[in-house]
Design a protein around this ligand. Structure first.
Ligand code: ATP
Ligand code: MG
Length: 563
């Protein structure tokens, strides 16, 4: 393709609204343009990348035996009401009414629609296992759309669904998809890791997320330094402590802690370690206020609290509620004398002696507080987030932590949706049985953005070869007859060799062409200049390492094919 015939509006400066490398570079390299918050147009170059990722996904889905279909973006409310998600999904689900006042949503995911298809069209165990996939536009009214394609409101997703006769066979379908995901992200040239994950709004019994490792990732991953355990920190289990504090109990004392509200301020003032302070956090679930106790140096894992309390809503109590329940402002909440609400605690609290807790009074804390004697806990559970240095919950080493971008997610759904929607098949004995399901998503745009996060430098993108919009950027430096003739020849030869070539045929200065080529990130650049041609050579540059070699034009196609 010639640059003059394709819209590639490159930008010299970083656009102000972009924070991450991938967002900046996608805008600067002319891949995408914003239409509204979280809603983008894919320009020709961006679309080429999207299509390449889709093609890799399609090949691997087909290889895994999934059938491609295409469901509608709009779905009737009735289907979503059957599973209860019409109300449960909340504001991320965008809803509208048609001219007959019938309610619809734009699908953020398609369990309901595919399960409806299954129950209508699939009858017999002989048709199972069966799995379907589509590559389609999704809509989620995200609270904070950001980082360009990374978290959009409208975005392209591959979603797949499997239906099996029983859990044992469903696990095989899950494993097939897991393996397909491994191949997809490997083929896209990404450095990634599959981790155990929370099942979130989709629900189900087990799941893995495929995380591209990158500093800008919104997820924290913990993994065993010597073993195989890896999990999203949202999900990662924490083992109960094994060492018990055997210190003798000292009498409870109330002390003044003027203007000390945070763990840091209080422990510094009292010269104790944060691991000897117990934080008391009040949460509202919509139905009740609950106190959650964790060690001062630990963080509450709200997903674990939510799971324990079986609630979908959980938010820190407002200052007004804190005052009303404890009689003290935020920062001084403690479990001593806290009677009217439930108190739940992380396992680590159980083994502590002589701890510092809030005094339920302005500028006051208790020291040497002890469980049972001074405060009671209704239930102990794993309620804190894992962190680097914790023992691996599989007992296979010590945890380390890193950041990741979730590009794919595989869920074992069990019969959650088939039970809600009565999606059954007839077994060999003619009995009706519920299908056992799995669902599997990949964010196509997010995969493209992640590839840039992992592969860029100060000059621009460095595309992994399999998803590069073009393989070779052909850069003639002048309009001289000889340069034009050699460029034309190269253009034809490289394409004949199966390479995709972008020919910069603009009448621009060499510097401009070089900068744009580095920005757009094709894996190879071929520079044709009058000076080189007097010596009978052109220059071939590898974008990744900047390696330049001079070759006679006739050898370039063979060289690049080898590379
Ligand atoms: P997140 O936790 O990042 O919101 P999710 O758990 O909601 O993701 P899934 O419902 O599992 O995501 O969706 C499947 C895949 O779709 C994700 O792995 C991700 O790659 C992609 N995806 C999800 N939300 C978005 C979004 N807002 N923009 C772009 N891609 C997305
Ligand atoms: Mg989400």
């Amino acid at each position: 393709m010639r640059t003059s015939q394709v819209l590639i509006p490159t930008l010299r400066e970083d656009p102000g609204e972009a924070e991450t490398a991938s967002h900046k570079l996608m805008l600067r390299a002319g891949l995408i343009r914003k239409v509204a918050a979280g809603i983008y147009t894919y320009l020709p170059l961006g679309l080429r990348v999207i299509r390449k990722i889709e093609q890799i996904i399609r090949e691997e889905m087909n290889r895994a035996g999934a059938q491609e279909l295409l469901m509608p973006i709009a779905a009737p409310a009735e289907l979503w009401q059957e599973t209860g998600r019409w109300s449960f999904y909340g504001k991320e689900l965008i809803r509208f009414k048609d001219r007959h006042e019938r309610e619809f949503c734009l699908g953020p995911t398609h369990e309901e629609v595919i399960t409806d298809l299954f129950r209508r069209e699939v009858r017999s165990y002989r048709q199972l296992p069966i799995s379907f996939y589509q590559i389609q536009t999704k809509f989620r009214d995200e609270i904070r759309p950001r980082f360009g394609l990374m978290r959009g409101r409208e975005f392209i997703m591959k979603d797949a669904y499997s239906f099996d006769q029983d859990p044992a066979s469903a696990i095989l379908s899950y494993q097939k998809m897991y393996d397909a995901y491994d191949r997809i992200f490997t083929r896209c040239g990404l450095t990634f890791r599959a981790v155990e994950a929370d099942t979130g709004l989709i629900g189900g019994s087990s799941s893995h997320e495929f995380m591209v490792l990158a500093e800008t990732g919104e997820n924290t991953i913990v993994y065993s330094d010597t073993g195989t355990y890896a999990a999203n920190v949202e999900q990662a289990e924490v083992l109960p402590p094994t060492e018990v504090d055997t210190e003798a109990q000292r009498p409870l004392r109330k002390v003044q802690t003027p203007r000390c509200r945070t763990v840091e301020e209080v422990t510094k003032f009292l010269s104790v370690s944060p691991s000897h302070l117990v934080k008391t956090l009040l949460y509202s679930t919509g139905k009740e206020t609950v106190a959650v106790l964790v060690r001062g140096d630990h963080e509450v894992n709200e997903i674990k609290v939510q799971r324990l309390l079986c609630v979908t809503e959980l938010a820190l109590a407002t200052p007004a509620v804190v005052e009303q329940v404890t009689g003290a402002p935020v920062g001084f909440t403690g479990p001593v004398g806290l009677k009217q609400i439930r108190i739940i605690a992380d396992h680590a609290i159980k083994v502590l002696r002589n701890v510092v807790v809030g005094g339920s009074q302005l500028d006051t804390h208790y020291v040497d507080a002890n469980l049972e004697r001074d405060f009671q806990v209704e239930q102990f559970a794993d309620l804190r987030s894992a962190r680097a240095g914790d023992p691996s919950p599989r007992k296979d080493g010590t945890l380390k932590s890193t950041k990741g971008i979730e590009v794919g997610h595989v869920f074992m759904l069990g019969t959650k949706y088939s039970a809600a929607m009565k999606a059954s098949y007839l077994d060999a004995q003619g009995q009706e049985c519920l299908a056992v399901m799995g669902c599997y998503g990949i964010g196509v745009g997010r995969t493209a953005a992640s590839a840039i996060e992992q592969n860029h430098d100060t000059k621009g993108i460095i595309w992994p070869f399999p998803i590069a919009p073009f393989h070779v950027h052909l850069l003639p430096l002048t309009q001289s007859a000889q340069t034009v003739q050699v460029t034309e020849q190269l253009y034809a030869e490289l394409q004949a060799a199966g390479l995709e070539v972008l020919w910069d045929d603009r009448d621009e200065r060499a510097g401009v062409k070089f900068n744009d080529a580095d920005l757009m990130g094709a894996p190879f650049q071929v520079v044709v200049g009058d000076k080189g041609l007097t010596e009978g050579v052109v220059e071939v540059k590898t974008r990744k390492d900047g390696l330049k070699i001079k070759l006679p034009p006739a050898q370039v196609a063979a060289y690049l094919t080898r590379m």
